[in-house]
Design a protein around this ligand. Structure first.
Ligand code: ZN
Ligand code: FE
Length: 755
């Protein structure tokens, strides 16, 4: 403490992403640089600082702290208040305090940083080739946190006490591992083992052997940050095919991990935005147009999902000679969630993996790789979760449970909407378990008391998420209609609580107000006042209800039955299989048949008419197939898709598809004209509704808008108008974004619900 200057004391509270990102060390350094005394500690609301010294130096401290905040941190609020001087002589980091309810945000997992990479490959460094190297700027966070505040005993590293050299770094404020909770080294920390046949190898040897196995065409289960991956050589079609057969994953594309950016550029064409995403901190899987066609890796699509190495282990594997492009897919069977405990991986992957590369550090929770495309996020998981995506005005905690497909949950606490990682499809037992775990996780981590919580769920009475919501001991439970939640997700991201909009929500399925299956919906309203359905796709009968979503010809029956002069679709060129006739019978009897306005099923119908007559093996497959078919042509005259009396009429559109196909038209051109017709019809309907309702903002959401061909065409057609077009950015347009929308509507309309 310098003499002379008048001593004043201040208490400073900082909120945001300030735990687990090297924030306290940075506070310590700035305090020292400004010759201030006092202390800093992690508290549940964020970081608290006590400063004593000259007023100018305290002001300089706040300025410097903001300017030099760690890259992974994100400050949302700084409160400075006068405090009682305590006569401190130095500045220290104090143990964490726990009182009240924690609202500090947990940092998402971070990729290994350049400095750690340099040490990893420096033979003189004591962490040479150590796969768990990390520092305050990099490494695991969310996947090792068991409770808040973020301190070592509350992480999965609790079982490895630091040795003296690690402890010295941990306690040295000048060291970049100062208070890095997962810090470890080969002598005190966890290590990796390879189990291959009856043999076990440890450490470097396990990694060298894994690389050789991969190069030789084997399939290896590799423990990562949020779960196990199944890895094999992406250019070895036999290995990839074996992986498909063993994993029961027939056609869904696999993601590829490229050794480096150069390899990624060789695999896919990357624009500047896609390249920025590829190297961004979440290190997501980036979908981009393929430059090399790997038939076994990504059948029937012109895109390929590519990511870069993000853990030290990945870098070690490539360095040890693993193939330049590795299939790296979530370790599971079919669409089950990723395996993340060792026992689970060994049990579930038996017969799939030839060998297991097992890391000793436990994973606190399963977190899949995230999937993005330039312009939007498709699966929000590792690297993004559990980041807050929006601020919402909620006086009590809100827990929104999402939809049953591509489930995610959202917790609103302290005015922040925290969206969970992608959980999966709740008809899978493992996903349902994961769903319940995530709810427990969020409520324990943030100390939520059930008697305070408003639980929000989908309006579908049969959804597993709905049944679970009702079983919870919450203060109150409210249902939000599916498509309203989609619309709300876009507005919540932007913090637009009052703006009146037209929301066009197009997806596969959602329970409507009238019990019908909705999915081609025009809604007007705002977050604050709710949404009203003003127009929709013309209704068709859906034979077999939601089950029809797996069989495009079954979905088609009710749509094509409305086409005058329908030809025999079992005959050439359509070749519809028997399922079509069975579905016709279901339709005639009217059993298990529901009216639908689903745009997803209209896509299925068009796909079936153009040759996709088999069953799908993953959600959205037929629509993706149709989109990629259409990409084979640069333009086409749009088929008619008229908007009359609040309905978009699919009959002229499908008539044109059938007619042109009968005349021997080229399927790619027909698919393109179908897309252009949809876009033109939607644009016309949007203009009409906006004009009569005096709206100038349009929200687009729902899984159909993952179709970038349709989205771009629609945006182009509206570009010349005064209309502003808003889409999702922080959460997916698919059902992964539903929980955020549910939370937002519940937050803004609490008064209505409690009236
Ligand atoms: Zn690092
Ligand atoms: Fe949906």
């Amino acid at each position: 403490m310098p003499d002379g200057a008048a001593v004043c004391a201040r208490s400073i509270r900082i909120r945001g992403v300030v735990q687990g990102v090297g924030f306290r060390p940075s506070v310590w350094r700035v305090a020292h640089a400004n010759q201030l005394a006092g202390w800093v500690l992690n508290e549940e609301g964020g970081v608290q600082i006590h400063l004593e010294g000259g007023e100018d130096r305290i002001n300089a401290f706040v300025r410097d702290l903001v300017a030099t905040a760690p890259a992974a941190s994100f400050i949302t609020a700084i409160e400075v208040e006068p405090a009682e001087p305590g006569g401190f002589r130095e500045f220290t980091i104090r143990p964490s305090r726990r009182d009240g309810s924690p609202t500090a945000r947990i940092s998402p997992d971070l990729p290994v940083c350049d400095e750690c990479l340099r040490e990893l490959f420096d033979p003189r460094d004591r962490r040479y080739h150590y796969p768990y190297i990390n520092c305050t700027n990099c490494g695991p966070r969310y996947t090792i946190v068991r409770a808040l505040p973020y301190d070592r005993p509350n992480t999965t590293m609790a079982g490895w006490p630091m040795d003296d050299p690690c402890a010295a770094e941990y306690h040295d404020p000048a060291n970049r591992r100062f208070h890095a909770q997962p810090v470890a080294c080969p002598s005190c920390g966890p290590c990796y083992w390879l189990h291959c046949g009856g043999e076990s190898l440890q450490g470097d040897a396990s990694i060298q052997r894994t690389a050789r196995l991969l190069a030789g065409g084997s399939i290896v289960a590799v423990k990562g940050l949020g779960g196990y991956h199944l890895a094999c050589d992406a250019t070895n079609a036999t290995a990839v095919q074996a992986l498909r057969e063993r994993k029961y994953r027939k056609e869904q594309p696999f993601a590829v991990m490229a050794r480096d950016l150069g390899t990624a550029r060789h695999l896919v064409s990357l624009d500047a935005a896609a390249e920025a995403l590829l190297v961004s901190s979440p290190r997501p899987i980036v979908l981009a147009p393929a430059r090399i066609h790997l038939q076994a890796v990504a059948p029937d699509t012109t895109e390929l999902g590519v990511m870069l190495p993000y853990t030290p282990l990945h870098h070690l594997l490539f360095d040890a000679g693993a193939p330049d492009a590795l299939v790296m897919t979530s370790a599971n069977r079919s669409s089950e969630p990723i395996a993340y405990t060792d026992e689970d991986a060994l049990a579930r992957l038996e017969g799939i993996a030839d060998a297991f590369l097992i890391g000793e550090r436990p994973i606190a929770r399963r977190v899949d790789d995230s999937v993005v495309r330039s312009g939007g996020i498709l699966r929000r998981a590792r690297g993004y979760a559990p980041g807050a995506v929006a601020e919402l005005p909620a006086s009590r905690p809100i827990l929104a449970l999402g939809a049953d497909l591509k489930n995610s949950i959202t917790l609103v606490v302290g005015g922040q909407a925290i969206v969970s990682q992608h959980i999966g499809d709740l008809d899978q037992y493992e996903a349902l378990q994961s769903f319940e775990e995530t709810i427990r996780d969020f409520t324990t981590m943030y100390d939520i008391r059930w008697q305070d919580v408003i639980v929000v769920h989908d309006a579908h009475p049969q959804y597993a998420s709905t049944r679970h919501a009702i079983s919870l001991p919450a203060a109150s439970t409210i249902a939000i209609q599916h498509h309203r939640a989609h619309a709300a997700s876009v507005l919540a991201e932007r913090g637009e609580w009052d703006r009146p909009v037209l929301a066009v929500v197009l997806d596969g399925t959602g329970y409507g107000d009238d019990g019908a299956i909705w999915g081609g919906e025009f809604l007007t309203g705002s977050l604050r006042h709710g949404f009203e359905r003003v127009a929709h796709l013309r209704s068709a009968a859906l034979a077999g209800g939601d089950a029809a979503a797996r069989h495009p010809v079954q979905a088609a029956v009710g749509f094509v039955s409305q086409i005058p002069g329908l030809p025999d679709l079992e005959a050439p060129p359509f070749h519809f299989p028997d399922r079509y006739r069975h579905a016709q019978q279901i339709l005639q009897l009217g059993t298990r048949t529901f009216p639908t306005t689903s745009m997803g099923r209209l896509f299925d119908t068009a796909a079936a008419l153009l040759g996709f007559t088999r069953s799908i093996t993953y959600e959205g497959q037929a629509a993706m197939w149709l989109e990629h078919l259409a990409r084979g042509r640069n333009e086409a005259n749009p088929y008619p898709f008229p908007f009359e009396n609040g309905q978009l009429d699919f009959r002229p559109l499908l008539s044109a598809v059938i007619h042109n196909r009968l005349q021997g038209g080229d399927p790619a051109s027909i698919a393109r004209a179908f897309h252009e017709g949809l876009a033109a019809g939607l644009a016309e309907a949007i203009r009409t509704v906006c004009h009569s309702a005096r709206l100038n903002t349009v929200v687009l959401s729902g899984g159909v808008f993952q179709n970038s061909l349709l989205l771009r065409s629609l945006q182009d057609r509206l570009a010349g108008t005064h209309l502003e077009i808003w889409t999702n950015h922080s959460v997916p347009p698919n059902d992964g974004g539903v929980s955020l929308g549910q939370a937002a509507l519940a937050a803004l309309q609490q008064d209505l619900f409690h009236a």
